[in-house]
Every structure is written in C-alpha cells, then in structure tokens.
Design a protein around this ligand. Structure first.
Ligand code: F3S
Length: 106
C-alpha cells in the first residue's frame, strides 16, 4: 500500500485525491490517510503532493514507519474524499515543519 506521512499534517493540500483511480483517500480535520485495503499501489499520487508526504510502504523513511498503522487506524474514522478542495489556510507555513504528529486531529 501507499502511506500518507507526517508532513501532510496541517497542510492537507488535497492534490493527491484528484488523481486516485480507486478513491482510496480518507479525510480528517487536518490530515488525510490512504485506505490500505483500497490502494492499488499505482503511485500516481506521489508526485502530486506539494508536501512530498506520500510514500510506497517499502520506501518509507524509518521515522515514518508509525504512519502505516496511523493510516490503517484512521481509515474507518475519516470520511471519503474524492475531489481536491484546497489546502488548509497556513499550509505553506507548515510545509516542512518537524514534529507535527502532536498536532494530528483525529
Ligand atoms: Fe496531504 Fe499531500 Fe494529499 S499534503 S492531502 S498527502 S497532497
């Protein structure tokens, strides 16, 4: 599967959802996840993300491995999103900031 990682938090650009052929993105208040049961590993979302937050599971940086479980756990709680809706207001400011997990809203 593919995995949305920490740099999506407080950015949520949503460019990724427009290209997903199987509509596997799920939206929370300030983060998106990928439904691991729906993702077909096509990888088209990876270059779309301005925050470079999406990785194939096998390419995840070591410090982002917890996001495998975070994506899986939040999938049933978050709602399907299939159309781009514009980033969060301070997305550009938060893009690249470290240690954003503490801000993840569930
Ligand atoms: Fe998040 Fe990047 Fe999509 S910031 S909402 S994974 S385009």
């Amino acid at each position: 599967t593919h995995v949305v990682t920490e740099n999506c938090i407080k950015c949520k650009y949503t460019d990724c959802v427009d290209v997903c052929p199987v509509d596997c993105f799920r939206e929370g208040p300030n983060f998106l996840v990928i439904d691991p049961d729906e993702c077909i590993d096509c990888a088209v979302c990876i270059p779309e993300c301005p925050a470079e937050a999406i990785f194939a599971e096998e390419d995840l940086p070591a410090d982002q491995l917890p996001y495998i479980k975070i994506n899986a756990d939040l999938t049933p709680k978050f709602k399907s999103i299939t159309k781009r809706k514009g980033a969060l207001p301070d997305a550009d400011e938060w893009n690249g900031k470290p240690d954003k997990l503490q801000y993840l809203e569930k």
